[in-house]
Design a protein around this ligand. Structure first.
Ligand SMILES: O=c1ccn([C@H]2C[C@H](O)[C@@H](COP(=O)(O)OP(=O)(O)OP(=O)(O)O)O2)c(=O)[nH]1
Ligand SMILES: [Mg+2]
Length: 149
């Protein structure tokens, strides 16, 4: 398994580094490194520290912060930025923009698992300006162009 440099910013994370819950898991759960419960009002967004910083270093990788399905579906707790993209050269603390999109307040407990991190391959590209593209089956069709059924 590839190793990624991690800095422990909050000592409570020392003995509970994110880990894959099952052999086939894609996501690593991130915890709310807060000192006391925080009540997030309906519609409110708060920035929650995770107590960790990672440095992927290789531009061929990125990390993404995604909601946990249970938190999103049951509690309305998703991400203020919908998806968090962590650049390979980012060395700061991983932060979770935590949005209560639900209709009732939600109280986040210290060290509760609130979001998840995935590591993904990334292709950095350069642009080559052209006048015409080579033909493709789709062409410029989009936004439902293939029909409903
Ligand atoms: O949910 C997130 C999203 C981003 N980041 C960190 C890592 C990322 O590499 C950096 C910048 O994120 P992004 O490029 O999405 O934000 P920006 O608004 O474009 O800021 P910048 O001008 O710093 O790039 O912020 C987080 O900790 N959590
Ligand atoms: Mg940016």
């Amino acid at each position: 398994m590839k190793k990624i440099a991690v800095k422990i910013i909050d000592q409570r994370m020392q003995d509970q580094l994110p880990a894959y819950a099952t052999a086939g898991s894609a996501g690593l759960d991130l915890r709310a490194c807060i000192d006391a419960p925080i009540t997030i009002q309906a519609g409110q967004t708060v920035l929650i520290p995770t107590g960790l910083a990672i440095h992927l270093a290789d531009p061929g990788y990125a990390a993404m912060i995604l909601p946990r399905s249970g938190m999103g579906h049951k509690n309305g707790i998703v991400l203020g930025n919908l998806v968090g993209l962590i650049d390979s050269d980012y060395q700061g603390q991983l932060m979770v923009s935590t949005w209560n999109r639900g209709n009732s307040e939600f109280t986040l407990q210290p060290m509760e698992r609130l979001a998840q991190l995935i590591i993904v391959p990334v292709l950095q590209v350069g642009f080559e300006v052209v006048e015409e593209f080579a033909d493709s089956t789709r062409g410029e069709g989009g936004f439902g162009s293939t029909g409903k059924h």
